[in-house]
Design a protein around this ligand. Sequence first.
Ligand SMILES: *[C@@H]1O[C@H](CO)[C@@H](O)[C@H](O)[C@H]1NC(C)=O
Length: 312
Amino acid sequence: MDQTNSSVVTEFVLVGLTQSLGMQFLLFLLFSTFYVGIILGNLFIVFTVISDSHLHSPMYILLANLSLIDLGLSSTTVPRMISDLFSDCKTISFHNCMIQMFFIHVTGGVEMVLLIAIAYDRYTAICKPLHYLTIMNPQMCMLLVVAAWITGVTHAVFQFAFVINLPFCGPNNVGSFYCDFPRVIKLACIDNYGLEFVVTANSGFLSTGTFFLLVVSYIFILVTVRQHSSKDLSKAFFTLSTHITVVFLFFLPCMFLYVWPFPTKSLDTFLAIVDFAVTPVLNPAIYTLRNRDMKVEMRRLSRQVISSREMT
Ligand SMILES: *[C@@H]1O[C@H](CO)[C@@H](O)[C@H](O)[C@H]1NC(C)=O
């Protein structure tokens, strides 16, 4: 990551969320609670799935992978956002800014493909129940996870390649509480409307494309559920509608941040917080904790923990 001679910017300035001390304190409590929830909730799911062989089905393996990615995604920004709340000098070094952007896009890309994989898993289970076990075999599951990582890394490297060699010599205020491509590119001291377009279009295309794919898939699954079973309809409908809620919550902010041509600072900040702090805590709650097998297994685990404590 060598900077060219013309670059003089060695650090970027991030914008604080609020000036008021009372608000800072409130946000500190709020985000710390969310982040602890994200860590505990997601690690608990990963631990539960790994430790119990009943949960070694494709759905749970994908959900455990999603939990890990959620944890990673929020760790790219939330800890820094919390520690910056009270600091007067919110600077981030050039390298850390680049690293932050890179990991946001790796984890964001992986997350999107995992959500597709989970929708595909549900599609197979609901629309092709007799072939579920042959279609969603361990190899398929592995393939989906590997595809998610390849997509995420390729997407991030592609974005990164455009930005890493740009000269930064002028203003260095990112105008947000985290570094991201569209804003950092604006600070480069060359004319770069074309570049801005390429990078925005890349993220915008990935999120918009994935969003519509998922919405269409879920509509298709719902229509199938309606046609085939009347008894399971309400249960399946409930599960699917919670999945669709997560899809909307995750993708609408993404699409606004990358595609919407008229950025507004306060709205952008709010939407980014939804994606980094709110959906990572909702995903485990919605996808997993509402799930019967998972609840049974969690109860078994907690009984074990309690009884092992009583013995000592
Ligand atoms: C993620 O998916 C891979 C491939 O199927 C699997 O081997 C791995 O155990 C999963 N990770 C977790 C934390 O469950």
